[in-house]
Design a protein around this ligand. Structure first.
Ligand code: SF4
Ligand code: URA
Length: 250
């Protein structure tokens, strides 16, 4: 484990890497927010094995994935997005959360799970005794489906290679699938519905994977929070972590 203290130069490195990469993909200009640049720099600094340079067309660690996603037009969602949402968090997480795809807030900010469902996810993570920075939070598709519709099978298929790359890089001990679309993305369409399979461990390429409800579903169906908490307790036990006492009701 190497930790580089943040250097002033990093922000320039990040911008240069990012823009150079976009140029290799024929994108002449890009809008960049401070938040997205910060997430990009985090990805870069967690992936400094061989110095600077632009992100290559494959590989390049998490930053390479984020840069390729930023320039991606492999499916129609690339035409309507505002920002790509590659996902963010720890580069060495024990837990990786996988949702469906960006909503309006995520599309506006380029960050996963920052809207209402995201705030509930933050509370779930806190109840687990962790922070968002300790986990990785991502999605099946990296661009917002218009009107928040469910991504089509073609869109999911086009985008899944990025998720697979992220899983290979992050090597999480546990993947948590948030909702039916995440399950379908990782395991295909042949499984029973999320109500039937939530709470049951599955293996995704050897990684223990827990399907549970999506936080947006919990916003509409608060009583289901109990099921999700039970599923999260299973995850904590699997990781050998203590199970915090729930603090009051929520
Ligand atoms: Fe590319 Fe995925 Fe965005 Fe489609 S959703 S354009 S595959 S990054
Ligand atoms: N819902 C998702 O599935 N993903 C997000 O990033 C936000 C809401």
């Amino acid at each position: 484990m190497t930790h580089h203290p943040p250097k002033k130069k990093d922000i320039f490195d990040a911008v240069i890497d990012y823009v150079q990469y976009l140029q290799t993909e024929d994108t002449a200009s890009a809008e960049v927010s401070v938040e997205r640049l910060t997430a990009f720099r985090q990805a870069l600094s967690s992936n400094r094995s061989g110095g600077g340079g632009s992100a290559p067309a494959s590989g390049g660690g998490l930053a390479g994935v984020a840069a390729r996603v930023a320039a991606c037009r492999k499916c129609p969602l690339g035409q309507t997005r505002t920002n790509t949402v590659p996902g963010q968090g720890s580069a060495t997480p024990e837990i990786m959360f996988v949702g469906e795809g960006p909503g309006a807030d995520e599309d506006a900010q380029g960050l996963a799970f920052v809207g209402r469902a995201g705030q509930l996810l933050t509370k779930i993570i806190a109840a687990m005794g962790m922070t968002r920075d300790e986990v990785f939070i991502g999605n099946i598709v990296k661009c917002r489906p218009p009107g928040n519709r469910v991504p089509s099978p073609e869109e999911m298929e086009a985008c899944l290679p990025y998720l697979h790359e992220q899983i290979d890089l992050l090597k999480p001990k546990v993947i948590i699938c948030l909702g039916a679309t995440a399950v379908r993305g990782l395991f295909g369409g042949d499984l029973p519905g999320i109500t039937k399979i939530r709470g049951q461990w599955r293996s995704y390429q050897g990684i223990d994977t827990m399907p549970t409800y999506h936080p947006a579903f919990l916003l509409r169906n608060p009583p289901a929070k109990r099921d999700v908490w039970n599923d999260m307790k299973e995850v904590l036990r699997k990781l050998g972590r203590s199970v915090p006492e729930p603090k009051g009701k929520d």
